[in-house]
Design a protein. Structure first.
Length: 446
């Protein structure tokens, strides 16, 4: 989608009371808005106008701009309020492209000047007929150059698939834009029931063709709702008949308008005719029931309304239970991650201990081998000594004999020397001469 825009104004968000905290408004969530996402509040009539614009021609892309304000609440959380929209005219479009020309932008600028000054452009919308809801590369180019404020939003509508989605800036370079889980529809508090039903239509829970309390085609407001809960008198049946007659007239006008030549594709006109036929069939069925038993219809409508309210209450309870389950799932996931981390840590410690145990086993085996080797050497040495002693037993006895003979010789010599000395002492004593010590020493030496 190619768009040629002029220079955009940038303003800082101001503090304002959120619509869901303002008693004047009725607010209904469409989809599943996340508290961590940008809160987007859209006026229900603006949403209807954009949905109707998307159905005007499903053979080409259509688009426009969003008007409203960008604010922050008392807690500093930002939110966007969409209170009006401007359709693009004098555009150039094909099945896969949509271009705002200078003439288109000038007309939008002139129309915007008719609104109050505080009503600013807060984003843009366009259609993807039967393509799905996403932002293409060209759509991102438009967001980058013309709607790049932090709180600017973009709406993509696929009228063929009945899908729509809002996109916001994230500030994350990895995911620059993010599709929100939902948004909020707002209206006057006196239109709370109508707002609830229209939200169910957008969510696909009610068939718009069978919902007679909502407009078809170009009608800007829903048909009047007649309270048939009171059985006070027959005038209520007449009022219902009058309402149905007015709807028949409205259908006739719409059919006449659709039959006039317009630059709309045949497929779009055929789809609108089918919707009108379905609407007429429902009205005929209602008229038949009124003619036969209006009281039975009142009971049926009352029962249907009670069942719808019960289903709405069950839905809220299921959503709360789902959020609780999601929180428990997140907590269990965190505990699981902790257990996995502990398991990995113990596994690593176990592997380290096993490695140390293997090392100790190898060391013990080596020491055992060395000990056995040492024990083998000592036994061999002892055995060799014993064998040597046994082999040399005769030689030792020979030496003992030699040693004994030598000792006997030495002992005999010593006895002879002692005997000679004794004789000399006797002779010296007989001659009364002193004993010469040197001679005695010489004898001893002899």
């Amino acid at each position: 989608m190619d768009i040629e825009f002029g220079e955009l104004e940038h303003t800082q968000p101001v503090v304002q009371l959120r619509p869901d905290r303002n008693k004047h408004y009725a607010v209904v969530a469409c989809g599943s808005p996340d508290e961590n996402e940008l809160a987007i509040f859209v006026d229900v009539d603006v949403m209807r106008d954009m949905e109707a614009h998307a159905l005007d021609d499903t053979s080409v892309e259509l688009g426009g701009v969003l008007l409203g304000g960008q604010y922050t609440d008392e807690e500093g959380r930002p939110f966007v309020l969409v209170t009006d929209s401007l359709r693009a005219e004098h555009y150039e479009s094909t099945k896969g492209s949509f271009k705002f020309t200078h003439e288109t932008w000038e007309k939008i600028t002139r129309e915007r000047e008719l609104f109050p000054a505080e009503l600013q452009m807060v984003g843009w919308y366009h259609t993807h007929p039967d393509w799905g809801v996403f932002l293409s590369h060209m759509d991102m180019f438009i967001c980058d150059h013309f709607f790049n404020k932090p709180l600017d939003v973009a709406l993509v509508i696929d009228p063929c698939r009945g899908d729509r989605g809002w996109f916001q800036w994230t500030g994350d370079p990895n995911e620059r834009v993010h599709r929100t889980g939902g948004f909020y529809l707002t209206a006057s508090r006196f239109r709370a029931n109508e707002l609830q039903r229209y939200t169910q239509i957008l969510e696909g829970k009610l068939d718009m063709a069978r919902e007679t309390r909502f407009p078809i085609g170009d009608a800007p407001y829903p048909a009047p709702i007649i309270n048939v809960g009171d059985r006070g008198g027959s005038w209520q049946s007449l009022a219902v008949m009058g309402m149905l007659t007015a709807q028949f007239l409205l259908l006739g006008l719409l059919a006449w308008k659709l039959l006039t030549p317009q630059p709309v594709m045949v497929t779009g006109a055929q789809r609108e005719a089918d919707r009108l036929a379905a609407q007429q069939a429902i009205l005929n069925e209602v008229i038949g029931k009124l003619d036969v038993a209006p009281d039975g219809l009142v009971d049926e409508l009352t029962e249907t309304r009670a069942r719808a309210e019960e289903l709405s209450t069950d839905k809220l309870a299921q959503q709360a239970y789902l959020r609780e389950l999601q929180q428990q799932t997140a907590e269990l996931g965190s505990e699981r991650d902790d257990l996995v981390s502990d398991r990995d840590r113990w596994r690593t410690s176990h592997e380290q201990l096993e490695s140390k145990l293997d090392d100790q086993k190898l060391r013990i085996a080596a020491l055992t081998k060395e000990l056995r080797a040492l024990q083998g050497i000592d036994d061999e040495t002892l055995s060799d000594a014993t064998d040597e002693a046994k082999s040399t037993g005769g030689l030792s006895r020979t030496w003992w004999i030699v040693i004994s003979v030598a000792a006997a010789v030495v002992l005999a010599g010593a006895l002879a020397a002692i005997s000679v000395r004794a004789d000399r002492e006797k002779r010296h004593d007989g001659d009364e001469q002193p004993i010469d010590p040197s001679a005695f020493e010489a004898d001893n030496d002899t």
